[in-house]
Design a protein around this ligand. Structure first.
Ligand SMILES: NC(=O)c1ccc[n+]([C@@H]2O[C@H](COP(=O)([O-])OP(=O)(O)OC[C@H]3O[C@@H](n4cnc5c(N)ncnc54)[C@H](OP(=O)(O)O)[C@@H]3O)[C@@H](O)[C@H]2O)c1
Length: 295
């Protein structure tokens, strides 16, 4: 297939591109900067220069492709107070690309998240979050829209809050840096996060593209619920700092925007995904991988 990949230069995209190429697909990657264009070229992808706001370009490139993997998201905007704006731009981009695939049954795979899916219980592929006014739920609404589409073979791949590995600059990297700065590794209550290694998530994106029927929801879950208390203990040990149970208010002082997320008990299962797609995660677990974040 000739696959259009948005976010191809990102943390997950840069693992998805070689997986696609290794499976014999051709990749067309969206790049918004010279640096990203160079990275994609070196990885063996064809480059299309543009941004998520170039809806005409997204339509045109999707229409000329055999399938789309959508990984780009305006994290820079979202995590500087503009989550609703980023989610709105994402929705417009998704509608443009799915619309361009039309009624041809060509695949569209949307990257989405698991955090907050089913608070306090194990979320499954069958859970669809209820509508709400919260900006975070605007992304979930986009995912709901995608699984309702009939024309394209559209699916949603939900990711754990930490898709971990060497070189990750995401939530875990922020958590470790903030713990180091605070001089203690904090946790809030009994919160648990699912987790997956980047290489396993990348393989599942390719399986979703190749095999997922229209309306599928896949969970890239290796570990269902790693207690964040265990993460704090492992980080504390590696950094040589004490571990502390924090109130949400105390967590907000040390962990800023990450505080509500590390307080969220959000375990999730990937049992249905593993059975349906013969996907078996083989990467290291989160606690083992923390070594890369604590160097
Ligand atoms: N990593 C995780 O643990 C995790 C967990 C849950 C969900 N997700 C979701 O999975 C997807 C991929 O995440 P990631 O960790 O790979 O993110 P990432 O490393 O931040 O990469 C984001 C990608 O989007 C591109 N991008 C950002 N703004 C853009 C714009 N305005 N126009 C065009 N491209 C733009 C970036 O391009 P540049 O390279 O030029 O910056 C980059 O390629 C996202 O939807 C994310 O929310 C990730």
């Amino acid at each position: 297939m000739r696959v259009f990949v948005t976010g191809a230069s990102g943390w997950i995209g840069s693992a998805v591109v070689p997986e696609l190429l290794a499976r014999g697909h051709a990749v067309v990657g969206l790049a918004r900067s010279d640096a990203s264009a160079e990275t994609l070229g070196e990885a063996g992808a064809e480059v299309v220069r543009g941004t998520l706001d170039d809806l005409g370009l997204l339509r045109e490139t999707a229409a000329a492709s055999d399938g789309v993997v959508h990984l780009a998201f305006k994290h820079d905007v979202a995590f500087s107070g503009g989550f609703a704006e980023a989610a709105g731009a994402d929705r417009a981009a998704v509608e443009a690309m799915v619309g361009a695939l039309g009624t041809t049954g060509r695949p569209f795979v949307l990257a989405s998240g698991l955090l907050g899916l089913a608070p306090g219980r194990i979320g499954t592929e069958r859970d669809l979050p209820a509508a709400s006014e919260s900006p975070i739920h605007r992304r979930a609404e986009t995912a709901r829209w995608v699984v309702e589409q009939q024309g394209a073979r559209a699916s949603v791949l939900r990711l754990p809050p930490t898709v971990h590995g060497a070189g990750d600059n995401g939530f875990m990297a922020f958590y470790v840096a903030a713990s180091r700065a605070a001089g203690r590794a904090g946790f809030v209550g009994e919160a648990r996060w699912p987790a997956v290694h980047r290489s396993d998530a990348a393989r599942l994106f390719v399986l979703a593209l190749e095999e997922a029927p229209a309306g599928s929801v896949l969970h890239a879950v290796h570990e269902e619920g790693v207690p964040l208390r265990d993460v704090a203990e492992a980080v504390g040990k590696r950094l040589g700092i004490p571990v502390a149970s924090l109130t949400p208010e105390e967590a907000a002082v040390s962990y800023a925007w990450l505080a509500p997320l590390i307080a969220a008990d959000s375990p999730a299962s990937g049992v249905l995904t593993r059975a349906r797609f013969s996907w078996e995660p083989t990467g290291p677990g989160l606690l083992e991988d923390l070594v890369h974040y604590c160097e």
